[in-house]
Design a protein around this ligand. Structure first.
Ligand code: AMP
Length: 212
């Protein structure tokens, strides 16, 4: 899954994982968990996240390699937020080839900037289980607490306006070129990510069912 911050990749990934029974792998969520640990790596990761910068490719690749080697990924997996650079895409290609697996397709989520801004300014997350809400479009059952575990919800620190601005710039510079990379390989499928989650999900299913 490719797309700028705020495009709704996490929301759609959760639905796709349930619908198709494949594990969703979000590198962003993996790094947030690792950053919470009091280790040198954790502290270094927290720095990248807080600044809205990409984590270096070697760390990203090691994390993805280890996660996708776990038994639940044997019959396939869903990558949310990886690859994000051409070098990561090339490594993924080699990794999959070595395991006799192949990429089914690449979904690129597109939405106008106003929609992206509206999404991350209202986004709230549970610091314990990582579940995501939106104060207007996807509110929790009780205001400001997680439906699943009752923990008070927080804003993601990297959703602060100045960090978001930087994340969008980094996306345009480093990740947007992947669209051409995957278009040239006949793998790219555009999803209009502007409408509500049900409408977006209907498009996702239509594309993926066509690829199976
Ligand atoms: P996300 O939850 O996908 O928005 O990712 C949050 C943050 O994690 C990003 O802003 C990056 O700092 C980092 N990150 C996640 N995936 C990658 C990746 N594939 N390459 C580099 N950094 C990543």
């Amino acid at each position: 899954m490719l797309g700028p911050p705020g495009a709704g990749k996490g929301t759609q990934a959760a639905r796709m994982a349930l619908h198709y029974g494949v594990p969703p792998i979000s590198t962003g969520a993996m790094f947030r968990d690792m950053a919470a640990q009091e280790t040198d790596l954790g502290r270094a990761l927290q720095g990248y996240l807080d600044r809205g910068e990409y984590v270096p490719d070697d760390i990203v690749i090691r994390a993805v390699e280890a996660r996708t080697a776990e038994p639940d990924c044997k019959d396939g997996f869903l990558l949310d937020g990886f690859p994000r650079t051409i070098s990561q895409a090339q490594t993924l290609e080699a990794l999959l080839a070595g395991r006799k697996q192949q990429l089914t397709g690449v979904l690129v989520f597109k939405a106008p900037i106003e929609v992206l801004v509206q999404r991350f300014s209202g986004r709230r997350v549970c610091p314990v289980d990582g579940s995501t809400y939106h104060i207007e479009t996807q509110p929790p059952l009780r205001p400001d607490v997680c439906d699943l575990c009752g923990t008070p919800l927080v804003s993601r620190p990297d959703d602060a306006p100045d960090v978001v601005q930087h994340r969008l710039e980094v996306y345009i510079e480093k990740t947007a070129p992947l669209r051409d990379y995957y278009r040239a390989r006949g793998l790219l499928h555009k999803i209009n990510a502007a409408p509500d989650p049900d409408t977006v999900f209907a498009q996702v299913i239509a594309v993926l069912d066509g690829l199976k």
